[in-house]
Design a protein around this ligand. Structure first.
Ligand SMILES: NC(=O)c1ccc[n+]([C@@H]2O[C@H](COP(=O)([O-])OP(=O)(O)OC[C@H]3O[C@@H](n4cnc5c(N)ncnc54)[C@H](O)[C@@H]3O)[C@@H](O)[C@H]2O)c1
Length: 265
């Protein structure tokens, strides 16, 4: 008879930013099913609260923390609140992100700042605050940063988004080097096409920009995916759970494509 596997993340505390919906929500629920107690750190208190309720129904502890990661001053208090309510921080999933479809020649300073402040600055300072907490605990940790296949190359219609996601890979490598001596492993994920609210926005903005029929921008991209389908958010969450678990103990400084074969570098 097959032996049941033990939950891989029992007694761990994970902070997942942007976990009110989409990929972040799937990650938070997956980590909870793997045994972790989870803090949902999101701009939207309503969706974050719902994810927390759903996690408690799985028998884990959960707390919803309202935070705008683009406001650096809000980040250390967010980590302090998690420690206060859940005891410690072992895993950070830096998932919160925003996108804008805009041709390179039309990107404004405001649009640039919005995208870069959340995806790059917010991610960096969440990583820094969580790492300080993990170092103080002396128990190591795991940090998983959400990049994108857009961070693997250029994007004519979302150059600021692509730049922010390439920066995530650079931050991941620097942090992996800086934090290895504390037993903190840092990796990035590069998802391909995941059907979430963000993709609804991309589809609408591309439809407007290129004159596509609504709903077809995503189909055009999926045609170029070797597996010929979008990802289930759970498929991204499964890779996060692996990297956060003892199974990922010899992996750091990597950016892993979870994209059905869209990018191969
Ligand atoms: N959907 C995709 O196809 C795809 C592909 C590659 C990478 N990604 C990345 O995955 C991550 C999640 O994307 P998604 O598709 O689930 O997006 P989504 O828009 O569905 O969800 C994003 C979540 O982040 C939260 N958020 C946004 N700004 C925030 C801020 N300033 N502070 C705190 N929370 C904030 C939102 O409230 C929301 O709950 C993003 O970093 C995105 O760039 C998504």
């Amino acid at each position: 008879m097959e032996k049941a596997l033990l939950p891989r993340l029992s007694d761990k505390v994970a902070v997942v930013t942007g976990a009110g919906q989409g990929i972040g929500r799937a990650i938070a629920l997956r980590l909870a099913r793997e045994g972790a107690n989870v803090a949902i750190a999101d701009l939207n208190p309503t969706t974050a609260g719902q994810t927390a309720i759903d996690i408690r129904q799985l028998g884990r502890r959960a707390t919803a923390v309202t935070v705008n990661v683009a406001q650096v001053s809000q980040i250390p208090p967010m980590i302090a609140q998690v420690v206060n309510e859940l005891g410690h921080v072992d895993i950070l999933v830096n998932n919160a992100g925003v996108v804008q479809i805009k041709p390179l020649l039309d990107v404004t300073e405001e649009g640039w700042n919005r995208v870069v402040d959340v995806n790059m600055k917010g991610l960096f300072f969440c990583l820094q605050a969580a790492a300080k907490q993990m170092i103080a605990q002396g128990t190591g940790g795991r940090i998983i940063n959400m990049s994108s296949v857009s961070g693997r190359g250029g994007r004519a219609d979302s150059s600021h988004y692509a730049a922010s996601k390439m920066a995530v890979i650079s931050i991941t490598r620097s942090a992996a080097l800086a934090l290895a001596k504390y037993g903190i492993l840092v990796n990035a994920l590069c998802p391909g096409v995941v059907p979430t609210t963000m993709w609804d926005q991309i589809d609408q903005e591309r439809a407007q920009l290129f004159g596509y029929a609504p709903g077809t921008a995503r189909e055009r991209l999926v045609e170029t995916v070797p597996l010929k389908r979008v990802a289930d958010p759970e498929e991204i969450a499964a890779t996060v759970a692996f990297l956060a678990s003892p199974d990922g103990s010899y992996i750091t400084g990597q950016a892993i494509n979870v994209d059905g074969g869209l990018e191969m570098d």
